[in-house]
Design a protein around this ligand. Structure first.
Ligand SMILES: Nc1ncnc2c1ncn2[C@@H]1O[C@H](COP(=O)(O)OP(=O)(O)OP(=O)(O)O)[C@@H](O)[C@H]1O
Ligand SMILES: Nc1ncnc2c1ncn2[C@@H]1O[C@H](COP(=O)(O)OP(=O)(O)OP(=O)(O)O)[C@@H](O)[C@H]1O
Ligand SMILES: [Mg+2]
Ligand SMILES: [Mg+2]
Lengths: 257, 257
């Protein structure tokens, strides 16, 4: 099982939308996918049609209690399971804030689970922050995919993500973690701003930026209100096509095609 | 000095854009405005044309050191000053995480400063999170303005904000804090999703939702890359007009006209 964190401390860049919809197309392609909702907002949980209040989150596991293999629940899509989030997760920042081993709190259980997990990919949807939950995700992942909105403020956050990852690597908890890719999201073909951001990202990070660019498409914003992925809600939309293309590119990069 | 926090744990909803541009128009209307950048991303600092690395943030003040009245720096706009952010701020989550008096760490110095501060309004730009920085801001503010993007995932975050505020009030640190207003942002007049979210917010929260709705306008996304507010960058744009109207409505609500 490959652990991939969708992470960017900048808010509203498409982390949840990418985790859920990339997950959906990977599942349709026959991959076994587990999404871990690590955001107390529980947006991935709601988007996949589940009620956060009714489920157990990864919270207890990170405090050393509970058995992670009992947490995954089925979604409406075959091959796509979820470890839900709920409001308890926001307690992690305080509960683990002063814990010097906090970086291992997600890494250790996930490493143990890897050996028995029936999944090909684990996609972690991270909250927008520089706090404990996000750093634990970076310390637990094999690779990071960074969604970057085609906006200036999102672009300047990229260098901070690279610095943060170098810090995590230096702690020795997860020295092998790499940035696997950068996905440009919410591209509006009519504006120069979008072109400028895409050009800048391709210049700074070309070897890891995905060729697939996700366009701004209202269907992607509507789908969560129906508790559906774009695959179920509007499979013929431009948003769906883009995530399908992204999925194919992701599989190619992971040698699965 | 009235302390107003721009807060919403949902990311990318327009907190920074509203803090900076509402601040700019209030300053142009002759109000003395101080923006406090409480986000380690330091987006408000960059948008106002300053370099985060070169300045002292509120970090030391929250740890009980330093004198807050030495922190404000001038911006390019008369009547608009800033307490910058820098990367040190992200240390607050860990440094104050286990401190049982953490909710008073911003409240106390700001209350003391209120008596001598030469400003009419202090606008706090909050990070997207449920962590220590955000809760300290809610505990320090007189009133909260919540930007809500015209998207479903932003709408469902609203009830969490209301719950969080009730929790803060119950701690007794800041029993008088209220939600002063909700500002709808990034409205795209061509989509039903925008209309549905606006209708839902007006139904749920009509007495506090602002009449002014901020449209999606690329100039608002371009301005930060030039280190300018919309007032300086594109004063005739739809984005500028909307923030000017919001400023007038804000002043009316605060009995200043
Ligand atoms: N390509 C797109 N086109 C249109 N809307 C989009 C697109 N991608 C995401 N959205 C919408 O934009 C908003 C932000 O996206 P999303 O919530 O996935 O970002 P995020 O990075 O997970 O946010 P947070 O930082 O709060 O976790 C959501 O309302 C989502 O539905
Ligand atoms: N009305 C608007 N029209 C177009 N773009 C906008 C508008 N308001 C904000 N933006 C852009 O959308 C992005 C998100 O806005 P902003 O950064 O202000 O949100 P935020 O809530 O402060 O985000 P964070 O949660 O990361 O702090 C930014 O790139 C900003 O320039
Ligand atoms: Mg999200
Ligand atoms: Mg911001």
């Amino acid at each position: 099982m490959k652990i991939v964190a969708l992470s960017n401390h900048k808010g509203g860049v498409g982390k949840t939308t990418t985790a859920v919809n990339l997950g959906a197309y990977l599942a349709r392609a026959g991959q076994k996918v587990l999404v871990l909702d690590l955001d107390p907002q529980a947006n991935a949980t709601e988007t996949l049609g589940l009620n956060p209040e009714e489920h157990t989150s990864i919270y207890e596991t990170m405090l050393g209690q509970g058995d992670i293999s009992r947490l995954p629940v089925a979604t409406n899509l075959e091959n796509l399971h979820l470890i839900p989030a709920n409001a308890d997760l926001s307690g992690i920042e305080v509960d683990l804030g002063a814990d010097e081993h906090r970086l291992a709190r997600l890494h250790a259980p996930l490493q143990n689970y890897k050996a028995i997990a029936p999944y090909d990919y684990l996609l972690i949807d991270c909250p927008p922050s520089l706090g404990v939950l996000m750093t634990c995700a970076l310390a637990a992942a094999d690779e990071i995919v960074i969604p970057v909105q085609c906006e200036y403020l999102s672009l300047i956050g990229l260098t901070k993500m690279v610095d943060l990852l170098n810090e995590i690597r230096a702690t020795g908890v997860n020295p092998g973690v790499v940035i696997e890719g950068i996905v440009l999201t919410m591209a509006d073909g009519r504006t120069n701003l979008t072109e400028e951001v895409i050009n800048e990202v391709r210049q700074q990070m070309n070897s890891i930026a995905y060729d697939t660019v996700i366009p701004r498409n209202v269907k992607l914003g509507e789908a969560p209100s129906h508790g559906k992925t774009i695959l179920e809600y509007a499979p013929d939309s431009k948003g769906a096509e883009a995530y399908e293309t992204l999925c194919n590119e992701f599989l190619q990069r992971h040698g699965a095609v």
